[in-house]
Design a protein around this ligand. Structure first.
Ligand SMILES: *[C@@H]1O[C@H](CO)[C@@H](O)[C@H](O)[C@H]1NC(C)=O
Ligand SMILES: *[C@@H]1O[C@H](CO)[C@@H](O)[C@H](O)[C@H]1NC(C)=O
Ligand SMILES: CC(=O)N[C@H]1CO[C@H](CO)[C@@H](O)[C@@H]1O
Length: 330
């Protein structure tokens, strides 16, 4: 949960989640890597001349070219592609697997950085073998955790620091704490970090992309939830008053699913739906894609017969002009 004293616009919401282990993890590794070896795709056994390429590889040459073609127009010399979605989900939907698309690496943890002439992927020991099989020879495999592997910031400073270069990233897929600490370290090495709000992978991933998640949202009956969403909101108001907080922005998908007693299938094996909420002491707002359809369609879960607007006690468009309960809290 994220406590803010002021209400801020929805477009800023995404930066306030705390849990982005991926970037923090590789970034915070200590500076014990003196004697780093020169990193190159040629270090990889399977990229040596005469070695047959595993069939599991995606040829990323065209994807990397398409991405690099956008660098100049955006004023950047490199781009960071983390694994996460805009909600810092541990498991993003297939639509959000941007790092998998650009690198070909399908593991759950890893961060890609593409420069004008180099591309590197950091992943941890669980994935060294899979990454070796899946990354084509455009890619340097950075084995995070091994002493000769540079951190992402060190590598960026080594490659872009001398020319006061700029690395871009979407602010949606990195927590604010990760972003700020990385930005500060890079600045010390004369590398600038730039927010690219229109994500570059979204711009180039135009064919073969899974569609945006849009699953039906089902009410979770009280028998399973144990406590009504109105009571949960009421508990939040009490906690907010104690903390002297006027508004609370909820970005985590497990959090919105829990708070409103709702379940869906936007992400395989995770019963959540893409959403944000803003809870104020006198009103509650839930943000959903395609809300008019979701509010009125029939539930897909046998456990409930309630439509979403009935569960939330709003009008069929989510408006509170008819019923005030959702917008005003309980
Ligand atoms: C990958 O694709 C590029 C461009 O389409 C092609 O030139 C190159 O030979 C391919 N590489 C491999 C290893 O197949
Ligand atoms: C480095 O680049 C940043 C951003 O482009 C710029 O504001 C700054 O003045 C540059 N510093 C030097 C020493 O050129
Ligand atoms: C109503 C709607 O947009 N449904 C689409 C949801 O997404 C699936 C694919 O994931 C499509 O097949 C549906 O048409």
């Amino acid at each position: 949960m994220h406590h803010l004293n002021v209400l801020i616009g929805i477009s800023l919401v995404i930066c306030f989640s705390e849990a982005v282990p991926v970037l923090d993890h590789y970034y915070h590794r200590s500076k014990r890597n003196n004697g780093l070896k020169t990193q190159s795709p040629d270090d990889r056994e399977s990229c040596k001349p005469g070695v047959a390429s595993p069939v599991t590889r995606v040829n990323t040459t065209e994807r990397l070219k398409a991405l690099r073609d956008l660098f100049t127009g955006n004023g950047i010399d490199g781009y960071i592609i983390p694994s996460g979605d805009a909600h810092q989900s541990e498991y993003p939907s297939d639509y959000d697997l941007r790092r998998g698309y650009i690198s070909g690496f399908s593991g759950s943890a890893g961060t890609a950085i593409v420069l004008k002439t180099k591309a590197a992927l950091w992943t941890d020991g669980r994935y060294y073998l899979a990454a070796e099989d899946e990354l084509d020879c455009n890619w340097i495999l950075m084995r995070a955790g091994e002493t000769e592997t540079p951190t992402m910031t060190k590598w960026l400073i080594d490659n872009l620091g001398a020319t006061n270069g700029t690395v871009g990233a979407s602010p949606f897929f990195t927590s604010s704490s990760s972003w700020l600490s990385m930005e500060s370290t890079l600045k010390d090495g004369t590398v600038n970090m730039k927010q690219i709000t229109d994500d570059l992978i979204d711009q180039i991933w135009t064919t073969g992309r899974p569609s945006e998640p849009n699953s039906t949202i089902n009410a979770l009956p009280m028998a399973y939830a144990g406590r009504s969403w109105q009571d949960k909101i009421s508990d939040m108001h009490t906690a907010m008053a104690e903390q002297n907080v006027d508004a609370l922005i909820v970005t985590g998908l497990d959090e919105t699913a829990w708070l409103f007693n709702l379940r869906a299938k936007d992400i395989d094996f995770n019963p959540f739906f893409i959403s944000y909420a803003i809870v104020e002491r006198s009103r509650t707002r839930l943000f959903l894609n395609d809300k008019n359809r979701k509010l009125t369609e029939n539930p897909k879960d046998d456990a409930t017969t309630q439509k979403l607007h009935e569960h939330l006690n709003t009008g069929t468009t989510g408006s509170c002009m008819v019923k005030w309960t959702l917008c005003r809290g309980s």
